[in-house]
Ligand binder design. Structure first.
Ligand code: KG4
Ligand code: ZN
Length: 399
């Protein structure tokens, strides 16, 4: 009898990952090779370098995953791979490898949308916990999913449909993704890369009320009607079709931080800090260490920035949950690792009688276990990819 063992491969951005997941519920191995050191000095992902690093890493990462699980190619039931959205060259490395392997070992190939993968990181976690507690599968019920990462800030209504899942886009960012704003603000302040974990840790030592950042109410302007959003993220329905209360915009706060930095003479110190943080890739964990790196006004600034971003993510997510009658919220993607977002969103959900679920921290950022989990319902439904599978850098999820 088949064990429902799927080898999943993820290479859409700056992590080469492979995982072995059984029946979408049990992670036998999950290996992630991060390219952070390669891109850190540029303060962002360099696509050409990413493809080169994926080429180097894909074979060793798959081998490491197989070894960790103690299985061989003959034990696999299928191979799953991220087909988009993401960087074209990066996606192609994973896809080419997965296609060749599927052909060689004569196993089906399953194409997975990276965003669907992020949603399944939470579902995997729930199923895994139920399995460990010897409890039945948690009942699959409709959920509002906030996918918040370096490339996306999207709200989806996720609904189970005969074992598979269907998604409807209900909100999104008009410009930058939340994680992108974190990364840009960190770069501006001379903090390490990626910026999210740095700002998350440093915020603990700052006064979140020091700088009053606000988010303007977004109105669907006539000139946006039918236009694609100004982002590199997945293709979606025209913005004018979405409820303006569920739209995000993070480029304004980035500009407000820049203005604050310039008006308060913080620029020179930020530039001097950059080489320092490159040499010390981990954010400082104590107040003393944080103050050695940056003065109190910078700690106050990052705390205020984070407070505002988290507040805005919550406001629109809860507005959508309420309007759609969702009793369950799934928060996923790199920014879901954020401590303040986890704490405040969970507290507010409890107050409203809504269940909020986050993936384990390691599954918040890019990984392949989430791709293996998303592949399971497709495997069961026999939704396989053909030999012509190619990368789709702007692949949309749902409609
Ligand atoms: O999901 P992910 O690994 O890759 C994308 O698909 O984009 O997300 C990476 C993003 C980066 O922008 C990073 O700064 C952000 O997630 N991030 C965080 C935290 N950890 C990672 N943002 C806020 N707080 C964190 N703790
Ligand atoms: Zn991602």
């Amino acid at each position: 009898m088949s064990t429902g063992l799927i080898l999943a491969i993820e290479s859409s951005c700056d992590e080469t990952a492979a995982a072995l997941v059984e029946r979408g519920a049990r992670t036998r191995a999950s290996v992630v090779a991060s390219q952070i050191p390669t891109h850190a000095r540029y303060g962002g992902v360099v696509p050409e370098l990413a493809s080169r690093e994926h080429l180097r890493a894909v074979v060793p990462v798959v081998r490491a995953a197989l070894a960790e699980a103690g299985v061989g190619f003959q034990d696999l039931d299928a191979i799953a791979v991220t087909s988009g959205p993401g960087l074209a060259g990066a996606l192609l490395v994973g896809i080419s490898y997965a296609k060749a392997l599927a052909m060689a070992i004569e196993k089906p190939l399953i194409a997975i949308n990276h965003l669907e993968g992020h949603i399944h990181a939470v579902l995997l976690h729930e199923r895994e916990a139920a399995l460990a507690a010897r409890q039945p599968d948690p009942a699959d019920e409709p959920a509002l999913a906030l996918v918040v990462s370096g490339g996306h800030t999207h709200l989806y209504l996720a609904q189970p449909a005969n074992g598979a899942w269907r998604y409807k886009l209900v909100g999104r960012t008009l410009d930058d993704a939340a994680g992108e704003a974190y990364d840009k603000v960190a770069k501006l302040l001379g903090l390490g890369y990626p910026g999210g974990p740095w700002i998350d840790v440093l915020s603990r030592f700052g006064n979140a009320k020091a700088v009053p950042f606000t988010f303007a109410q977004i109105k669907t302007k006539l000139h946006l009607a039918g236009k694609a959003p100004r982002t590199k993220a997945a293709r979606t329905a025209p913005i004018a079709t979405l409820n303006p209360h569920f739209l995000f915009s993070f480029s304004g706060i980035k500009t407000a931080v820049l203005r604050h930095v310039e008006l308060n003479g913080m620029r020179a110190a930020a530039e001097a800090r950059a080489p320092l943080t490159l040499a010390n890739p981990k954010p400082p964990q104590t107040r003393e260490a944080a103050l050695e790196l940056c003065p109190q006004p910078v700690l106050d600034l990052v705390a205020s920035f984070q407070h505002a971003v988290v507040g805005d993510l919550m406001k629109k997510t809860f507005a959508a949950a309420e309007a759609l009658g969702a009793k369950r919220i799934l928060v996923t993607g790199g920014v879901a690792a954020n401590r303040e977002l986890r704490e405040r969103l969970t507290a507010e959900a409890t107050r409203r009688g809504i269940r909020a679920a986050f993936p384990a921290t390691a599954l918040s950022t890019d990984n392949a276990a989430m791709i293996g989990a998303a592949a399971w319902p497709r495997f069961v439904a026999g939704e396989f990819a053909g030999p012509d599978l190619s990368a789709d850098p702007a692949l949309a999820l749902g409609v």
